[in-house]
Design a protein around this ligand. Structure first.
Ligand code: DX5
Ligand code: ZN
Length: 217
């Protein structure tokens, strides 16, 4: 079911923030393909994480693409503050703003664009945008916190995305985020996901290289 290469994107949210740079280097050496950066504003989700200065700091040392997940109420307003530092910007479909023009703005700014869908949101909400995106992020937990349990019913969205991608001759990545471990990664890969975001499973592992390998294989 999977034609695209598997990409493992550790979520920096689970790192030891006292040693942010060293943590990024450690996880890159362990085999991370991308670094996943979870930006939260305390409005769209009930948590606040980090913003542009921290993303800029990570960009100075990172040697892999930065995958930025904006869990914020006004992605249209804030994406320009991130775009020069990162490779991909993913925005959510749920808040009230002009999604189409924001996706176009991200590409025009030189990054790839992703669209994310939270667990309660019906898949139909993202369908109109599938031909304008480089990545579809199917959230497998409610956004806001690391360390939650994978919601298997979201695999119906992953399968539907893979089906529509084939039917429409599109090429976007399908990413899953939340509660990813070797067992749930295998399920998600089987359903058609090729980008695996994992925070706890990788950063809290005794052997991060082994954890990444186990997600990929
Ligand atoms: C949740 C974030 C995730 C989170 C994943 O809002 O988008 O990226 O950090 O963490 P784990 O892998 O611990 O579920
Ligand atoms: Zn995320």
């Amino acid at each position: 079911m999977n034609s695209k290469p598997i990409i493992v994107a550790p979520s920096v949210l689970a790192c030891d923030f006292n040693h942010l740079g060293a943590e990024c280097e450690r996880i890159e050496k362990a085999g991370a393909n991308w670094l996943h950066l979870d930006v939260m504003d305390g409005h769209f989700v009930d948590n606040i994480s980090f913003g542009p200065p921290v993303v800029e700091s990570i960009a100075k040392i990172a040697t892999v693409p930065l995958d930025t997940h904006l869990m914020i109420k006004r992605p249209d307003h804030f994406f320009p503050r991130f775009i020069r530092y990162v490779h991909n910007i993913t925005i959510h479909v749920e808040p009230d703003y002009d999604i189409g023009s924001t996706l176009r703005g991200i590409r025009a700014g030189g990054a790839t664009c992703g669209l994310a869908i939270s667990p309660p949101t019906p898949f139909e909400k993202v369908e109109p945008y599938l031909n304008q995106i480089d990545l579809l992020l199917v959230m497998t937990v409610n956004p806001g916190f690391g360390g939650q349990t994978f919601m298997e019913p979201m695999m119906a969205k992953v399968k539907r995305a893979a089906q529509l991608r084939a039917e429409r001759g599109l090429d976007f990545h399908i990413e899953v985020d939340g509660g990813i471990n070797p067992n749930t990664a295998a399920v998600a890969r089987e359903c058609g996901a090729n980008v695996l975001v994992a925070g706890t499973d990788i950063f809290k592992a005794h052997d991060a290289a082994l954890a990444i390998k186990e997600l990929r294989d």
